[in-house]
Design a protein around this ligand. Structure first.
Ligand code: GLA
Length: 730
């Protein structure tokens, strides 16, 4: 494992436990080529795969056909304007108005560990856990240095990449495009897997066969978005859930992105990922640097399951920093669906009292406690406690909740400003807006210009002062509209193209600062549900609200997409009341509990008002959470059946790292008449071990469970679920 350089062949070999990534430097101009990415190879002499011995050969042997070379060579980091007509990763605008870039290898460094990315979230590891290659490339005409960073980890099959650009010249250069990763590979009849949705239906998985031309996903909304996700996977035509080649690319970033695959004339695919070049233009003065965010590459020979395992391991061990990451989260009750804006201290304490008696551990006060916010038209930015509602003050409320033995959490939407707010009256120029145009409203709100230091300073202080005023142990940080009307009152004309990215850096800075001052806080990010569920935010918060849709059946596919790439420990999931507030569906309370068990678990209902039968079953549900949460949080997750695909039932399981315990969740959506039981084949167990099924006491061999399967009777009724708990026989 690790990274090696073979000087004679000019080959870099990066090994993870089960994959190899190989880079070659070719020709007199030192082009950096992509040699191989896939299942681990012992040998490094794979440079022939770059096909430079075939016509048109390399420019030093055939300058006449230089363009043919540039347009077919598998580049590690493609450049613009000189003959590679596929998607480029970097493009500039010089003082002379030119846009071309050419990069040649200059030198490199290989070392143990992994550098942090200035101002950006990124995966991390110790010197024992990972190693890094810095490939320094240069454009001698532009005097531009481009450093390509690659890191590999000892315990998971990923290669992370990022890019730093340094202006070593005497003139200002504008970067109009800086992507973070490029992967040129022969097509394997690839299908492109991406995730899409909308509010209340995030991260639904889409498969499409790659065709000639460009296809992919983007966001221009200033956040990773409900609609498209900063992730894509190339799945070989013959790959399945369990077997075959899958290449994943995941962006550790929370703003505009581009993820694109392009099938070209020679049947090779170029996959790229990075900050969306649309509306991006970064001014680089002499000696300035630009750091592009990180992309996680994952290769799996074990189909989608292998990709999932590698990403889960990476994020659990090398991305989430919160002290909560390996801990059971307090079971919370959130008052949003319980009361919406209609609450006061008495109401919250009523809920808390009843909840604490049932075993719930934290009360979260959602939107509506500040300014004069009695609906969603007003007061964002005025982070002063509304003492008409929170009579007695915030500290009194928190102390009373603490006296019940519960923790207290609070909701903020720090990035926003209501036109109807004291803050807007005082600082109308703090909202993002195009001069001479009235900015568009969404949920009757504007976005604060977090590219400005004064705005960040004020925003931070207004939330920190609340956090300092009482024993607040949890924050739900919300963000309820996309960015539009892009303009900053402070940035000069030639830096307006920096606003989108500076905004994201501003969000990161605020969250970093908050977690530094309040290191024990449990932070849950949220964006109108799950519009900013991305690896960038996980660097700051160990969990993210998955979706505003809390219906157990809708959640099956939302959580399926989410869990394909994120650990279960990160998925905010609650039991809510019925009829469900988003779809009006009535599902058994028990099933709602099973589905929420796959995530952080909590309640989003008025516990004083729900049917008594449901209320009475909460203590048992809570016991179930305590019994299984360690396993769910730390175990390996496997998808068994997808309701999104079969339209009938859903099934997934979690197996402990030692393979001694497993929990299978089965949800049948609609019941079927006159049908036999379903056969389910389990995964991830030890073939040679025996397992006891707790529900029946029956003993099964591990290989029987995985190869032959078990039978699950059709539950009576619709939307019924079942948990199967298996423990290894000692
Ligand atoms: C967003 C969140 C909800 C809730 C409301 C409050 O929609 O996703 O959970 O906090 O805002 O306005």
């Amino acid at each position: 494992m690790g990274i090696e350089f073979f000087e004679k062949e000019r080959i870099f070999k990066l090994d993870t436990p089960k994959s190899s990534y190989i880079i070659g430097v070719v020709d007199e101009e030192n082009f950096v080529g992509h040699v191989y990415y896939g299942k681990k190879c012992r040998d490094y002499k794979l440079g022939y795969l770059m096909r430079t011995d075939e016509a048109p050969f390399v420019p030093s042997k055939n300058e006449r056909d230089r363009l043919s070379f540039l347009d077919a060579f598998p580049f590690e980091y493609s450049t613009h304007g000189l003959g590679d007509f596929r998607e480029s990763c970097i493009q500039v605008k010089t003082s002379k108005g030119q846009s071309a870039v050419s990069l040649s290898y200059v030198e490199h460094k290989i070392y143990a560990g992994k550098p942090a990315l200035s101002g950006l979230p990124a995966t991390f590891g110790t010197e024992q856990e990972c190693s890094t290659l810095e490939l320094v490339c240069r454009d001698n005409v532009l005097d531009l240095k481009v450093i390509l960073y690659y890191s590999v980890f000892e315990d998971t099959d990923v290669v992370t990449r990022s890019v730093k650009v340094v202006n070593e010249g005497k003139e200002t250069i504008y970067l109009t495009k800086v992507l973070s990763a490029c992967l040129d590979m022969d097509n394997q009849d690839f299908e492109l897997l991406t995730m899409h949705g909308s509010w209340a239906r995030e991260r639904k998985v889409q498969y499409r066969k790659i065709g000639y031309g460009q296809q992919g996903v983007t966001s221009l909304r200033g956040e990773s978005s409900h609609q498209d996700h900063p992730f894509m996977a190339l799945k070989a035509g013959d790959a399945t859930q369990e077997m075959g080649d899958v290449y994943g690319m995941h962006f550790v970033y929370s703003g505009n992105f581009l993820a694109q695959a392009e099938l070209n004339q020679f049947d090779s695919v170029r996959a790229v990922m990075g900050i969306n070049p649309k509306d991006f233009c970064w001014k680089l003065e002499p000696q300035d640097e630009f750091q592009a965010p990180e992309v996680v590459l994952v290769y799996s020979a074990q189909g989608l399951d292998g990709m999932t395992t590698s990403l889960h391991t990476l994020y659990r061990k090398h991305l989430i920093r919160s002290e909560y990451k390996d801990k059971k989260r307090p079971i919370l009750i959130n008052n949003w669906e319980a009361t919406y804006f209609d609450f006061n201290t008495e109401k919250l304490l009523q809920i808390a009292k009843q909840a604490s008696e049932l075993g719930i551990e934290m009360l979260v006060m959602d939107d509506g406690w500040f300014g004069k916010r009695n609906d969603d038209n007003t007061s964002l930015g005025d982070w002063d406690v509304n003492e008409e509602k929170i009579n007695g003050g915030l500290k009194y409320l928190v102390d009373e909740v603490n006296k019940l033995g519960m923790k207290f959490g609070i909701w903020f939407e720090p990035e926003m400003i209501s036109p109807d707010s004291e803050l807007y009256k005082a600082h109308p120029d703090w909202a993002i807006a195009v001069p001479d145009r009235t900015p568009g409203r969404a949920r009757n709100q504007f976005v604060l210009d977090l590219s400005r230091k004064d705005v960040r300073e004020h925003t931070y202080e207004s939330i920190a002062k609340i956090l300092r005023s009482a024993n607040i142990e949890y924050v739900k940080w919300d963000m309820n509209r996309p960015l539009s009307d892009i303009g900053s009152a402070e940035l000069p004309a030639d830096r307006q193209g920096e606003l989108f990215h500076r905004y994201v850096l501003g969000v990161y800075e605020l969250q970093e600062r908050m977690m530094t001052e309040f290191p024990h806080l449990l932070l849950e990010n949220c964006s109108g549900g799950g519009a900013r569920f991305d690896p960038g935010m996980l660097y700051y918060s160990p969990q993210i609200w998955c979706s505003d849709d809390t219906d157990a059946i809708e959640r099956l596919s939302i959580q399926e997409g989410t869990a394909m790439i994120y650990p279960l420990s990160t998925m905010g999931a609650h039991v809510s009341d019925c009829p469900n507030h988003t779809v009006g569906r009535i599902t058994p309370f028990e099933t709602r509990g099973y589905v929420a068990l796959a995530g952080t678990f909590g309640y989003e209902l008025d516990v004083t008002k729900i049917p008594e039968e449901d209320r009475n079953s909460i203590p048992e549900q809570i016991q179930m959470y305590h019994k299984y949460n360690d396993l769910v949080r730390e175990g390996n997750y496997y998808r068994i059946a997808s309701y999104a695909q079969n339209h009938e039932y859903d099934c997934y399981m979690v197996v402990s790292q030692e393979q001694t315990e497993a929990l299978v969740t089965f949800v049948q959506v609609l019941n079927r008449p006159n049908c036999k039981s379903r056969k389910i084949k389990l995964k991830g167990l030890k073939s040679e071990a025996n397992y006891v099924l707790e529900e029946t006491g029956a003993l099964y061999a591990g290989d029987t469970l995985m190869n032959a399967g078990i039978l699950i009777e059709n539950p009576w009724g619709d939307f019924k679920g079942k948990l199967l708990h298996l423990t290894m026989q000692k």
